[in-house]
Design a protein around this ligand. Sequence first.
Ligand code: 13P
Length: 255
Amino acid sequence: MTHRKPLIAGNWKMYKSVAAAVATVLELKPLVSNANHCEVLIAPPFTAIKTVADRVEGSNLFVAGQDVAAEGAEGAFTGEVGAEMLREAGCTHVIVGHSERRQFYGETDERVARKARRALDAGLIPIICIGETLAEREAGQAEAVVERQIKESTATLTAEDLIRIVAAYEPVWAIGTGRAATPEIAQAMHHNVRGVFENVFGSEAASSVRILYGGSVKPENIAEYMREPDVDGALVGGASLQPDSFSKIVFYNRD
Ligand code: 13P
């Protein structure tokens, strides 16, 4: 089986001033500097990306945007930030299709697919998010919803692209609720997602792509997710805001 290096990613959402972001990252950097077993990434708000990226240059911390324009490198798109702009500011990755964008800003699979394409073309790794709502899970539609999302959100990609992307399964009902999915639920869905990738892109690409779990990940529960064969890391919200709790998640392999 292909070795997939775990990725522990912190999504800061709309939190932290530039000053707070710098303080956090300066504290976090030495705490995770010898994390060789996994990749570590933080996604600050747009305003703090450049400053944070400058402060972590040469370290093992990757910086991601939380969203990217689906349109070209530049243009009359008020409020949007292009993939090349994120690259220039120091990003290596970008989150696309986060459920908060899907829920509150009308993000569609079709736009997510275009954003993923733009990111890849600019040399950024897209972290493509998918996940069902509570109503969808209760109606027995979780698998069908996630399968549709992942198929359509990667519709612009080739097998070669797939190896470079990261997928993140974040059930909406588990985000910020303290009601984390059980490791069994996560594993089952990750297995399904990998199955979709296998059907569309072939088994080699499917076995290489990393699938993160997100939704109320904490220092106390990360190890049990990481034991699951198809869980290749985590996308962490609330617990990524503090260097102490985030570094404990990074070192999920310590007792
Ligand atoms: P929480 O870890 O706060 O539940 O957020 C998860 C998330 O949305 C990460 O993108």
